[in-house]
Design a protein around this ligand. Structure first.
Ligand SMILES: *[C@@H]1O[C@H](CO)[C@@H](O)[C@H](O)[C@H]1NC(C)=O
Ligand SMILES: *[C@@H]1O[C@H](CO)[C@@H](O)[C@H](O)[C@H]1NC(C)=O
Ligand SMILES: *[C@@H]1O[C@H](CO)[C@@H](O)[C@H](O)[C@H]1NC(C)=O
Ligand SMILES: *[C@@H]1O[C@H](CO)[C@@H](O)[C@H](O)[C@H]1NC(C)=O
Ligand SMILES: *[C@@H]1O[C@H](CO)[C@@H](O)[C@H](O)[C@H]1NC(C)=O
Ligand SMILES: *[C@@H]1O[C@H](CO)[C@@H](O)[C@H](O)[C@H]1NC(C)=O
Ligand SMILES: *[C@@H]1O[C@H](CO)[C@@H](O)[C@H](O)[C@H]1NC(C)=O
Ligand SMILES: *[C@@H]1O[C@H](CO)[C@@H](O)[C@H](O)[C@H]1NC(C)=O
Length: 469
């Protein structure tokens, strides 16, 4: 059996749980354990424990941070969340829904496709058959009626980059409609949406469907079949194919064989398909390239009105050592051992906005995993990120020099923390202005929804790493 046929997932840490600050307020208790079942061809790389998350929670609480956050879609998004809640409550849907969601799908910031400044310069093809899961895409949660994906609230979710990158792919100037002219193939399956909704464990209740009502596992099976039948896929076994697969949850790895897995991917942090080799970051013989997700961030309004120095809005899991950094940051800021002169708009849970927008600096400390949308939220809200570990940079794509757009605090102990705080308060206005200018220069990379630059950079990077230039 070929290694590539046994592609399986593996994460390089042994246990983890879902990031609890899921963009739309997922409070899932689902955990996953990763094992390296060496020697087992069809190893189950990830075993899902616990009950499945209540998917209504995903989109319901309008008082949650997510609902209050203003993103580029602004009020439309809030209104959409309200509508979603109406739907969850079983009341009649607001008739302004269609107008609202039109606005959702067409953010005001949206720009026409870039032209001259596009970095990626190779013709690429987007499958326009059943692999395009954005066609008639619907989600069903629990006993709710099916809703269109683009009206479901998913588009504000931190793992909605599958949707947004596809949107920008379709507008990219290097797109060709002739597959015989393409150097790269973009597979328009929406695996993040699929993983967010297409619950295998509760397939009767939670569904992700596309086309003529093909749902969940069947959708995946159909995609495998379409790829198998594609002469372009068969030609390369996926070597020149790219798929977006950024959700942390990987239900599809239950398939014994996955052509989707044998594509290059935009992946979740360091979670990439492997053949089970615990040292392998990539399928050893496949030579596939996996570039980590940037997460879809959200923005607080009035991000230029800085009234405070520091903010960190996050969840806390007392007793979980992965969350210790977060606890220390708030504790040590509060203690202010050296009587330094600073203010904190918010350190703790609750609403991200306006606190993050009011702060000059935003801490980005690990939770369940090294990454999260918090870093992007911080950039978009006009705050300078303070990262807490070099590991956080390793799970990001190297599109930009992260040290030029952030600071790094040493959280070894309260002394090292206080020293850092002192040093940052003493930064000259010139240095801070330069840091902010560095961030501004790259800001469009984080505007996943409205700007095509992120897609362009990913494709350029794939082309480089696959040595196509
Ligand atoms: C419907 O939603 C719109 C936008 O959120 C709101 O302005 C309007 O008042 C709502 N109408 C009803 C009847 O709830
Ligand atoms: C939906 O129901 C919840 C719980 O009963 C309630 O708190 C909330 O206000 C309702 N939302 C709407 C929009 O009616
Ligand atoms: C939303 O999705 C549906 C079904 O795929 C599509 O027909 C519709 O055009 C989409 N709406 C927008 C505003 O993109
Ligand atoms: C999308 O849904 C419409 C209405 O249900 C249906 O007529 C059409 O065939 C579907 N499109 C595809 C590509 O399945
Ligand atoms: C800036 O924020 C402060 C505190 O939230 C508020 O009082 C003030 O009006 C704001 N200024 C501007 C120009 O928005
Ligand atoms: C603290 O900083 C504020 C604003 O930067 C300033 O107005 C105030 O005088 C400072 N207080 C002390 C005790 O240095
Ligand atoms: C800003 O970016 C430049 C590289 O473009 C870098 O040399 C410089 O150190 C950065 N400035 C700050 C304050 O990080
Ligand atoms: C705090 O951490 C720093 C840097 O890791 C270390 O050099 C120092 O000895 C530590 N101080 C205390 C009091 O533990």
């Amino acid at each position: 059996m070929k290694l590539q046929e046994t592609a399986k997932l593996m994460m390089l840490s042994s246990t983890a749980t879902a990031e609890e600050t899921d963009g739309l307020g997922i409070k899932t208790k689902v955990g996953f354990v990763v094992g390296f079942a060496l020697g087992f061809v069809f190893m189950q790389a990830m075993v899902f424990l616990g009950g499945e998350a209540d998917f209504r929670q995903l989109f319901t609480d309008p008082s949650s941070a997510a609902a209050k956050q203003v993103n580029p879609l602004g009020q439309a998004f809030e209104a959409s969340l309200r509508n979603i809640q109406d739907a969850a409550n079983g009341t009649t849907k607001n008739t302004s829904r269609v107008a609202t969601t039109d606005a959702l799908a067409k953010p005001q910031e949206e720009q026409p496709a870039m032209t001259a400044d596009s970095l990626f310069q190779l013709p690429f093809y987007i499958y326009d058959n059943e692999l395009d899961w954005s066609v008639n895409a619907t989600v069903t949660r629990g006993t709710n009626q099916a809703e269109l994906l683009n009206q479901s609230g998913f588009l504000g979710y931190k793992h909605s980059d599958d949707y947004w990158l596809l949107l920008h792919a379709k507008q990219h100037p290097m797109r060709t409609m002739d597959p015989s002219k393409a150097d790269l193939f973009f597979v328009p399956t929406l695996l993040s949406a699929w993983n967010a909704h297409g619950y295998e464990g509760d397939a009767s209740k939670n569904k992700f469907c596309a086309h003529n009502g093909i749902c969940n596992q069947k959708l995946l099976e159909r995609a495998e079949q379409v790829l198998q039948e594609s002469k372009w896929y068969r030609r390369s076994q996926g070597r020149d194919h790219i798929v977006v697969d950024t959700h942390w949850r990987k239900h599809w790895n239950k398939l014994p064989y996955s052509r989707l897995l044998n594509c290059n991917s935009i992946s979740f942090e360091n979670l990439v398909p492997t053949d089970g080799n615990p040292k392998g970051h990539q399928i050893p013989t496949g030579g596939r390239v996996h570039i980590p997700t940037l997460y879809v961030g959200r923005q607080c309004q009035d991000e230029t009105n800085k009234t405070h120095d520091f903010a960190m809005i996050a969840t806390f899991k007392p007793g979980n050592k992965n969350f210790l950094d977060r606890a220390h940051i708030c504790q040590w800021l509060e203690q202010n051992n050296h009587q330094q002169n600073y203010t904190v708009s918010r350190c703790g849970g609750g609403d991200m906005c306006p606190a993050l927008g009011q702060a000059r600096f935003g801490f980005h400390a690990r939770g369940d995993t090294w990454g999260s949308n918090r870093l992007m939220d911080t950039f978009l809200s006009g705050a300078i990120p303070i990262m807490t570990s070099p590991e956080q940079r390793k799970i990001l794509p190297d599109f930009l020099p992260w040290e030029d757009v952030s600071y790094m605090v040493d959280l070894s102990n309260s002394t090292s923390f206080d020293t850092f705080i002192q040093s940052i308060l003493q930064k000259t206005p010139q240095e801070l202005a330069e840091k902010r200018a560095n961030i501004s220069r790259h800001r469009d990379i984080f505007q996943t929804k409205s700007k095509g630059r992120q897609f362009d950079l990913y494709m350029h990077k794939f082309a480089q790493m696959l040595e196509l230039y």
